[in-house]
Design a protein around this ligand. Structure first.
Ligand SMILES: NC(=O)c1ccc[n+]([C@@H]2O[C@H](COP(=O)([O-])OP(=O)(O)OC[C@H]3O[C@@H](n4cnc5c(N)ncnc54)[C@H](OP(=O)(O)O)[C@@H]3O)[C@@H](O)[C@H]2O)c1
Length: 313
């Protein structure tokens, strides 16, 4: 899948200041930060934005994997003049998110695109360093804190910016269980994944409502398709029942490549077609109706307040 007016290969920006140098004045190169950019959909999104000459920040939990991805991007996109940067950040450890976001705030360069992409799916019952259920913690709460801390850099009236949150069609079977948000009772890995992906959609819609018009910033969310990536790591042999294996093989044969799966993220992050569009859910580069619970503004506001309290905002 490739979107008609997708951003891959768009025009380079005007010349700006040197990458990495402390800005004496606002620099005019564009910055895109992508979480979970060392592999899968995130890597392909980073590649496309590097081709558009963004300075690309790979926000990853593993420094070695991130450095390897950076080297690969530099090889694949030699025409990029702005550079590729690594930000070591574990979304399962809010301290590391806070520390990096604080450094970004201190540096003060505007962020033009934030892609909340990193994710874990259907893992066994696990907790983040802060004691949250892993999927809610990584997929939603880590991104909630990161986005909120970067908002001063994203909301610059003179510079349009975009926040893209990668959700999933799995949000359709998700439900926000405020009575057991951390899935401590009768843990079901898929139910917890669905809840975290619904949280992505509710967060994105609520963010779009809360961003002031003058902030010149949009917030959208998406389903990337069924994509052959490392996301199924917890479903690998050993963790998979015998009857699930042929189903997985069958699904793999029909899934998208990571490059194809990144197209809606790239489109929302950079296509002129969606300039100013906000508060929408996309699939295959087209707006779609998300689940009925995702439009419940009361649930969204409550989730926002609970999340803010949990991450200590
Ligand atoms: N693949 C699909 O069919 C599909 C369908 C619907 C939605 N999605 C969504 O698409 C997004 C990207 O997934 P993908 O398919 O590209 O999966 P992937 O290949 O597994 O990539 C996930 C990325 O997230 C990173 N990550 C995981 N835990 C993290 C943490 N604690 N802190 C920081 N980064 C962390 C991973 O880092 P490591 O490499 O270090 O593990 C990896 O870079 C996810 O949000 C997923 O829910 C995917």
């Amino acid at each position: 899948m490739r979107c008609a007016a997708g951003g891959d290969g768009g025009p380079p920006p005007a010349a700006g200041g040197p990458p990495g140098a402390a800005p004496a004045r606002p620099l005019n190169y564009r910055v895109a930060l992508i979480t979970g950019a060392n592999t899968g959909i995130g890597f392909e999104t980073a590649k496309a934005l590097a081709r558009q000459d963004y300075r690309v920040v790979l926000a990853c939990r593993n420094k070695e994997k991130a450095e390897a991805a950076r080297a690969k991007l530099q090889e694949l996109v030699p025409e990029n003049t702005r550079g590729v940067e690594v930000a070591v950040m574990d979304l399962a450890d809010l301290g590391s998110v806070r520390a990096w976001a604080q450094r970004a705030q201190d540096f003060g360069h505007p962020v033009d695109v934030l892609v909340n992409n990193a994710g874990v799916m259907a893992c066994p019952q696990m907790q983040t360093r802060d004691g949250f259920e892993m999927q809610l913690g990584v997929n939603h709460l880590g991104h909630f804190l990161l986005t909120n801390m970067l908002l001063p850099l994203l909301s610059t009236p003179e510079r349009p910016s975009r926040i893209v949150t990668v959700s999933s069609a799995a949000h359709y079977f998700g439900h926000i269980n405020f009575d057991d948000l951390q899935s401590q009772r009768n843990y079901d890995s898929w139910r917890a994944y669905g809840q975290s992906k619904l949280a992505n959609v509710l967060f994105s819609y609520e963010l779009a409502r809360r961003l002031p018009v003058g902030a010149n910033c949009t917030a959208n969310t998406l389903h990337p398709g069924v994509v052959d990536t490392e996301l199924a790591r917890y479903l690998l042999p050993g963790q998979t029942a015998w009857w699930q294996k042929p189903l997985l093989q069958f699904g793999k044969a029909f899934s998208l490549t990571p490059e194809q799966g990144a197209q809606t993220s790239i489109y929302l992050a950079s296509s002129p077609e969606v300039e100013g569009v906000t508060g929408k859910y996309y699939n295959k580069c087209r707006p779609e109706t998300s689940s009925s619970e995702s439009y419940d503004a009361t649930v969204a506001a409550r989730l926002w307040d609970v999340s803010a309290e949990l991450v200590g905002l």
